[in-house]
Design a protein around this ligand. Structure first.
Ligand SMILES: Cc1cc2nc3c(=O)[nH]c(=O)nc-3n(C[C@H](O)[C@H](O)[C@H](O)COP(=O)(O)OP(=O)(O)OC[C@H]3O[C@@H](n4cnc5c(N)ncnc54)[C@H](O)[C@@H]3O)c2cc1C
Length: 389
């Protein structure tokens, strides 16, 4: 026993299963993915999806009756602490779906959630707009009654991850008299179009295109979770996603340290091993401190969530975990690049790829500044001790 984080025998088995999947099915494809701008051949992707399903890693948090694994929050962190050990976002191929889908009607679950968890149909999530990023109160997309029980959607959504391949999009629109509401819109519905497909810093399996909705007609059955339910449903989503990002950052730090230490302990320069130069070893020690502290924080939040703690405290602590882990992981990647020297600047090197890829973890699902806002408000509203102990 080397850690206060105690896993049950089932969680230890899940950890081992996820680690094996990442080492055998994802890591070997990293370089090819990098050279292909993130897009792997269809047969490779099919193999990854089949292996993920065989390893029972798909639909982690979703209910078994919907085709998921029914993981607790701690199980989810255990798995994602492994899934984040690869670059190029290859873990994204493990079939899953946003947790707001559980609010779907039985028909929506059959039509969208079950296929998504089998890896047969992506569902994207479109909240952000040109003038509404950190502040979603600026959302301008609208939903107006079509007079026949359905709705007409208009608006523009930015950065729609997997929008380019999705079978359907969850769109947030303001419904007069009800407020922000989630709608599921099938890809290809008349009036939907992509108006931009920008390149991004990372190489990712899917794009993040800009989606336009111009007079898109949907039926009453497109409403997800009820009229005006978007904000409440998204609260739960943010907590899970932020914790997932933090777990991925912990995973990245572990991988970066393993690779950098192996290199520094094997390469000789100036008559000594790199690791024997304090200029090299001290930054690695700092990275170890960052990784260990972030890991404890992530597991603490997960265990609090599982123990039924106050949701607002869990929300604030998930922000703490995301803020600290994402900033720490970026520092670790930068130090690892320096450890590898010129090799660390090659895209074939794991540290170079992580340095680019980890940057977005300080931006999506709420920027670091937004996490600081949530935390600082909680310090006042919930009290300092509730936030830090
Ligand atoms: C690769 C990628 C994938 C994404 N995927 C999705 C997706 O699938 N679906 C989706 O809906 N969105 C997605 N996003 C959007 C993402 O969530 C937003 O980019 C993010 O919330 C920030 O919004 P913004 O880009 O408009 O920046 P802005 O809100 O304009 O912020 C710009 C800067 O100002 C700071 N700032 C803003 N407000 C404050 C404040 N009150 N106090 C202090 N500082 C502040 C921010 O922290 C940031 O540094 C994605 C983004 C990226 C880059």
């Amino acid at each position: 026993m080397t850690s206060l984080v105690r896993l049950t025998p089932q969680q230890a088995e899940l950890q081992e299963r996820a680690r094996r999947f990442v080492d055998e099915e994802l890591v070997p494809h990293e370089e090819a993915a990098e050279r292909a701008g993130g897009r792997l051949p269809d047969e490779t992707v099919d193999g990854i999806i089949k292996a993920a399903v065989a390893a029972r890693l798909h639909g982690g948090r979703h209910a078994p009756e919907h085709g998921g694994q029914g993981w607790s929050t701690t199980d989810y962190v255990v798995a994602h602490e492994q899934l984040g050990r690869n670059t190029n976002g290859l873990w994204w191929w493990v079939p899953d779906a946003y947790n707001v889908m559980t609010a779907g009607t039985p028909e929506q679950i059959d039509r969208y959630l079950r296929p998504a968890l089998r890896g047969e149909g992506w569902v994207s999530y479109a909240v952000t707009e040109e003038h509404a990023g950190s502040d979603p109160s600026g959302i301008r997309a609208t939903a107006r009654p079509d007079g026949a029980g359905g709705w007409v959607l208009d608006g523009e959504k930015w950065f729609v991850t997997s929008g380019d391949v999705a079978a359907a999009h969850i769109v947030v629109a303001i419904c007069e008299g009800h407020g922000p509401t989630l709608f599921i819109v099938d890809a290809g519905t008349e009036g939907l179009s992509f108006i931009d497909e920008p390149p991004f810093t990372h190489t990712f399996p899917h794009g993040h295109p800009t989606l336009r909705l111009a007079g898109v007609r949907v039926g009453p059955d497109a409403v997800l979770g009820g009229l005006g339910a978007a904000d409440t449903l998204q609260q739960g989503w943010f907590t899970e996603e932020r914790l997932g990002i933090a777990a991925h950052c912990v995973a990245a730090m572990g991988r970066l340290l393993e690779e950098a230490v192996r290199w520094a302990a094997g390469r000789e320069q100036g008559g000594a091993l790199l690791i024997d130069h304090q200029g090299v070893s001290f930054p690695l020690a700092d990275s170890a401190a960052d990784a260990a502290a972030a890991r404890l924080l992530v597991y603490e939040v997960a265990q609090l969530a599982d123990s039924g703690a106050d949701r607002k405290i869990v929300h604030a602590k998930a922000s703490l975990a995301k803020l600290f882990a994402s900033e720490a992981a970026y520092r670790c990647a930068d130090r690892a690049v320096q450890t590898f020297g010129g090799r660390g600047y090659m895209r074939t090197n794991v540290a170079e790829r992580f340095l680019r890829e980890l940057r977005v973890d300080r931006i999506w699902e709420g920027t670091s500044e937004i996490q600081r806002l949530i935390i600082s408000r909680s310090l006042v509203r919930r009290g300092v001790r509730a936030v830090i102990t």
